[in-house]
Design a protein around this ligand. Structure first.
Ligand SMILES: [Zn+2]
Length: 186
């Protein structure tokens, strides 16, 4: 077995770990639906950002109070997984029975579970039960049922300061960075 090949496997493993941590921590710290920093990170992983209106729909549908939308987080992690798999495919013929290579394959497979975890954590634990949604149908009108929330594109603005997508709701200053909504970035 080539020592260089074994080192390459270890490098792939370290990179998977590093990129997953980068994606998850960046996703966690952005305003609901993301911002320009998150867009930049998606570009690095060659993931196309969703339109602002879809981001807001997902944020409302999941009643998220912060963080990038799980759909995009999953795509970014899938991009890392597919890069890492292609690296390992090149190394596998050189290390046919290497247990470390198998372990790294397992690590890559766990990226899917990390996306699942992010998705479950994105919904606040205090989300009302289906029963209370119907009991408060008037109070929650426009929010429920979560899965079918449709936000008209015309009511979504993107913050000129940080790029966070937001519904207008008569609030023309960004809740996250206080820049005027809809302004052209300077
Ligand atoms: Zn902002």
């Amino acid at each position: 077995m080539s020592n260089q090949t074994a080192e390459r496997v270890a490098w792939v493993e370290a990179e998977v770990h590093r990129h997953a941590a980068t994606i998850l921590s960046a996703a966690d710290r952005c305003p609901p639906g993301g911002n320009r920093e998150w867009d930049g990170l998606l570009a690095l992983y060659r993931v196309t950002p969703q339109p602002a209106v879809d981001r807001v729909s997902e944020v409302m549908g999941r009643r998220m109070i912060r963080g990038a939308v799980p759909t995009e987080v999953r795509r970014a992690l899938e991009s890392v997984a597919s890069w890492a798999r292609s690296e390992l495919q090149q190394l596998a013929p050189l290390l046919p029975t290497d247990p470390h290579l198998r372990a790294v394959e397992d690590r890559i497979a766990r990226l899917g579970a990390e996306a699942d975890r992010y998705e479950s954590a994105a919904a606040p634990p205090a989300a009302p039960s289906v029963g209370s949604i119907f009991a408060n149908a008037t109070a929650t009108a426009g929010q429920a049922p979560w899965q079918s929330v449709k936000v008209p594109a015309s009511t979504v603005l993107v913050c000129g300061g940080c790029g966070a997508p937001q519904q207008t709701s008569l609030d023309f200053r960004c809740r996250y960075c206080a820049s005027p909504m809809g302004a052209t970035p300077s």
